[in-house]
Design a protein around this ligand. Sequence first.
Ligand code: ADP
Ligand code: MG
Length: 280
Amino acid sequence: MAPIVEVNDLHHRYPNGFHALRGISVAIERGEFLAIIGQNGSGKTTFVKHLNGLLRATSGTVYVNGLDVSKRKVSEMAQTVGYCFQNPDHQIFCETVYKEVSFGPQNLHLSQAEVDQRVEEALVAVSLLDLKDRIPRELSKGQRKRLAVASVLSMRPETLIIDEPTTGQDYRDGIEMLNLVQRLHESGHTVLIITHDMLLVARYAKRVIALRDGQILLEGTPREVFSSPDLLRSAFLAPPPIASLAQALPEFFPDTVLSVDEMVDQTLVVLRQHKEGMRS
Ligand SMILES: Nc1ncnc2c1ncn2[C@@H]1O[C@H](COP(=O)(O)OP(=O)(O)O)[C@@H](O)[C@H]1O
Ligand SMILES: [Mg+2]
């Protein structure tokens, strides 16, 4: 099957002349869970805004679901690619939760019953149905972040882009957000997240793209990407601490370790071998 997203030699220059993307090519398969990592200013947000037409390519091409994004309106793309802003307060503008989530579907000229059904479905997905009459600014940061997801979900896009899902939230809201993202992926969405949280990448992402200065520095599974700590450090990134610990002890951990559980398992193997060696 053709990839859901196909980007070829994408460049973006902002009106002030800043060359923020310098030749990005990437194909994303249907159903992928992709993480985009990179230092602040590396071009992550600029890149994903090209996938729903919020930004237009200076040169290069962006196809989503076979549609040339440069020829489509943002409102049209919203039914294919949902983009949740890094800061939900830049996205939320209605005076109630219900209005916020119904805004997109209302503009599709659906029947009121269909709009209500979509709003309910989206609010149930993000566990905010009880709060549908509340004023968005009275919600917690984590709830506002989930509201931003709901207002995108009500357009029923196949691909979801979530810009920094856990940044700026407390632990509980962060976990709730991650569970939500995982559920959305399991229910069939193609998911792209932008994140600085390497544990999150190690745990959830199937593929990682690391950006540096508007170009792709590394691309692969989390294990592959975290196996190049020196390259990552050149972009001011680092593998998760557990991977770095294992890399500091290569005699014990020849392969990249992604989690505490993996480290425990490998340690037990080494200990068993050691004991057997003592016995013989
Ligand atoms: N509207 C803009 N005008 C000029 N430069 C911009 C604009 N938006 C972002 N940039 C610059 O483009 C680069 C990439 O920004 P951004 O995509 O937001 O990075 P990231 O999301 O990785 O932190 C940064 O150097 C940023 O300062
Ligand atoms: Mg950003």
